[in-house]
Design a protein around this ligand. Sequence first.
Ligand SMILES: Cc1cc2nc3c(=O)[nH]c(=O)nc-3n(C[C@H](O)[C@H](O)[C@H](O)COP(=O)(O)OP(=O)(O)OC[C@H]3O[C@@H](n4cnc5c(N)ncnc54)[C@H](O)[C@@H]3O)c2cc1C
Ligand SMILES: NC(=O)c1ccc[n+]([C@@H]2O[C@H](COP(=O)([O-])OP(=O)(O)OC[C@H]3O[C@@H](n4cnc5c(N)ncnc54)[C@H](O)[C@@H]3O)[C@@H](O)[C@H]2O)c1
Length: 407
Amino acid sequence: MVIVGAGQAGLQTAEALRSGGFEGPITLLGDEPHGPYHRPPLSKAWLAGEMDAAQLVMRAPEMLAKKGIELRTDAAVQAIDRAHKTVQLADGSRLPYSGLVLATGATPRALPLPGADAAGVLPLRSRADASAIAERMAGCVEKNLPVVVIGGGFIGLEVAATARKKGARVTVLEAAPRLLGRVLAPVLSDWYAELHRSHGVELVFGAQIAAIDTDANGVRGVKLADGQVLPAGLVVVGIGVSANDALALQAGLACDRGIVVDACGRTSDPHIVAAGDCTARRLPDGTLLRLESVQNATEQGKSAAAALLGQDRPFTATPWFWSDQYDRKLQMAGLSTGADRWAVRGDMAAGTGFSVYHFKDGRLIAVDSVNAAKDHLQARKLLDAGVSPSTEQAADGGVDLGSLLSR
Ligand SMILES: Cc1cc2nc3c(=O)[nH]c(=O)nc-3n(C[C@H](O)[C@H](O)[C@H](O)COP(=O)(O)OP(=O)(O)OC[C@H]3O[C@@H](n4cnc5c(N)ncnc54)[C@H](O)[C@@H]3O)c2cc1C
Ligand SMILES: NC(=O)c1ccc[n+]([C@@H]2O[C@H](COP(=O)([O-])OP(=O)(O)OC[C@H]3O[C@@H](n4cnc5c(N)ncnc54)[C@H](O)[C@@H]3O)[C@@H](O)[C@H]2O)c1
């Protein structure tokens, strides 16, 4: 079995192949210099300098060796030859496969503007990116230069929170009228805007960026369409990602803003599966769902391994995500897009611990919890079981929603 991409999904698939009984050789090919590592801390504790390198590592090399998984780092796959069932590596060598896993992740979208390639204008996806941001951020704190973050999504806001923690001045430029518009309902976008403002972050909505202002040291500022220039010693660009589906496209696999897979991770080739950020999952109603999260990479990895072993293990569980900003842990269960009503449990104004329950046509479709882990875990159970409280029950902290599950 050959796995392209030594990240969250690639590692999970390799381990699930072994635990699923596959006894042949497994090769995990990654194009980074590191073995599999945790990405979530890169915008949080790692960026804040609160974690050491060993804690980022997902599996020690000895552990992989013990499981008979051969890890090859700095090994970029350049092409797939489906007719001969081989992959071609950047060094020109070829590797045969009986089953192939594509777990190539995603690439941050680049800012298509003059000056965007200047030193100090940085994306955040890899360990190398995070180290470069940390170094430049330290310089900003030392010289009292502002940090400008482009994009008020997960990357932008987690970096903004970390930069504030380190003492930097921070402005977030968001093109849309609200924060986290891809994942949060407006009520929570507003709450997060207040949280960031209360920590001293400047927020600009409807931002139109014209260019990056540069000098010999790299970035000097961000020029807006109205001519205003915001000074900056570091610009972090977090404007979304694109699925890494080029290899699959070139090999003729079905792709549509990601490698199209079914709930079991199967692609349009019976010998090739895909998992994680590089995929777009076909739903029963024919639409495509792209999820970019640890849970998705982990569960699709398990499903993809099962598919290669000839078993059906559809991943249909409720999606969940989390985000840490300041001392607030946001945990999201389900997808709130399309909700027509919502109810709040707990004290949202105090912000100490609350959940927003989202309903569509009278049914619970998602729950976003802030510092309310118990609500989140219960919400996943309710959503998995298809059990819906009424909006009144959701809003009444005296009603034990867990009891609905046992009815
Ligand atoms: C800063 C940051 C914070 C995040 N925080 C959270 C969080 O709090 N919660 C959450 O749920 N999710 C979070 N995510 C998202 C989560 O990390 C991703 O959804 C997850 O890593 C996806 O796993 P993956 O294996 O699909 O992709 P990746 O982890 O990106 O792994 C893909 C690997 O494949 C390699 N590769 C690509 N092409 C090739 C090739 N041709 N040959 C060889 N190797 C190749 C890539 O270099 C990469 O190493 C965060 C992401 C980032 C960047
Ligand atoms: N806690 C988490 O789950 C977490 C944390 C960090 C990153 N991630 C993952 O990392 C990936 C990238 O995150 P992201 O925050 O870049 O993407 P995102 O899609 O979450 O947010 C991008 C934001 O940038 C804005 N934007 C787009 N173009 C812009 C422009 N030209 N100017 C200003 N704003 C613009 C969008 O409106 C959006 O709000 C995603 O896969 C995300 O799920 C997840």
